[in-house]
Design a protein around this ligand. Sequence first.
Ligand code: WTA
Length: 568
Amino acid sequence: MSNIGSYEERNKNFDWSIAEKELNYKNGDVINIGWYCSDRICEMGKANKLALVWEGLGGIEKKYTFNDIRLKSNTIAAFLKNLGIKNEERVCLFMDKMPELYIGFLGILKMGAIAQPLFSAFGDESLHVRLDNAQTTAIITQRKHVSKVRKIVDRMPYLKHIVIVDYDGKKPLREREISFSMDEAKQVENFDIFPTKAESPSVLHYTSGTTGQPKGVKHVHYSLISQYLTTKWVLDLQEDDIYWCTADPGWVTGTSYGIIGPWSLGITQCVLDTGFSAESWYKFIEKRKITMWYSAPTAIRSLMKAGNEIIKQHDLSSLRHLASVGEPLNAEAVIWSEKVFGKAFLDTYWQTETGSIMLTNFPGMKIKPGSMAKPFPGITATILDPDTYKEIMEPNKPGLIGFRPDWPAMMRTYWRNEETYNKKFVNGWYIPGDRSTIDADGYFWFVGRDDDVINTGGHLVSPFEVESALLEHESVAESAVVAKPDEVNMEVVKAFVTLKPGYEASDDLELQIMNFIRKKLSPLAMPQEIEYMKTLPKTRSGKIMRRVLHAKEWGEEIGDTSTLEDDE
Ligand code: WTA
């Protein structure tokens, strides 16, 4: 029996107080995610239950019970407090998927600071932009990433502490750097958890837009209510489940459903801190006896490509429930998974901003492969006309998705960017910026994004950020960046550039520029192809028309460019 039981029944008289009651929370109470994910689970008698089974390179393994994560998050919280960090100050987590990342997240929340997780593959420039916007007080990182912080530290007077969790004493620490070992530090049995309330800020996740710098999405402790219930009803986690969320906590899926959701339910989760390969993933499922697997379409497509032979070599019979998020999940992938695993991946749709699952398939609900299915109970979702923002009542007619912004995990603002935040609301609807249709049965079908953001393998990349970084290369005069279709990643980054006088177009230069972006921004943002142009298409006022280049890549009609000329 699934946790949700009947979707129709749950939809009738739905109220978020269902989750509040289960979490024993009443309006006005103290609510701290760090406490809910560790201390409370111990109080419920699960102190000795495994919370985290971690596997790193070469199969090394670490295991932590709920009591371990309670103690260790206390220890981290006390350490940060002793450094003088105050509630609501930003503490960045900049690490690979090591245990310190997961447990450190709880520690930051316990002492009342705001956790700012950043993807550890980010280069120095990507890191700087996000720390600068957040005016981050401390960064928790590991040896292998310290050099990136050192490159930019002189530009960050607000950054007071650089905490290194795996310092080996070999090279001297520099100013502001400090070593902290989670396992060797004296464990703190009792920590005075900061009495955060529903609206106290908890997490700051950065997401990319079409224009301007990345936006810091501010969440609050009350988001737990949504994250708990969606985990329970969609991911369907049950007492004996062994859960694997493949997302990195540098992105929202890795925190909402890679930390908060499972641990607030007291579920054992496994983490694989190595790169992707079909072989290592299947091995991991087999060895850890994973029962619930939350992953992403690009990974699923890569597994499809690896073929079915390799599946037969592994015992994957522990799997009982699969779900996916981050990009459109094509019908073929749904059908394939049903065939090879005996279970279909359930597509779930949401965003960094929404904080929790919005549109989704549910266990037991009829699957229409390729569809995002229906709103989570309590979520009012519609399709809006892009010009009038009126609701489209006709089935199958594409428009903008709109949500009534009244669920607990909804973002509270974009950090120091209220103006852009306000633009996300029209006529009382929150506009996530995606287009969809609804069919006659009320199922949502993803159509596309409504902006130029590139979704590569489930990671959002801002063309603006890449264009700006390209201009910093000595050879580049002008740049335009668009998505290019890709079989596995759905989209990859493609750049068009014009060169400064004295520079010759060559394959060598292309590699140089690619590498420059990879280091500065990240491997995700690195253009997979650079096309040299004599001129870039521009409007009369001199703005580059990405749309023309985009249409060219996708083999679409460019349409009447005279009407495009001035409206960019
Ligand atoms: C896209 C990830 C199609 C969408 C949790 C959204 C999807 C953006 C789906 C958010 C899906 C996410 N089908 N597209 N099931 N899920 N997207 O903020 O464009 O990294 O707005 O959050 O990914 O990406 P974000």
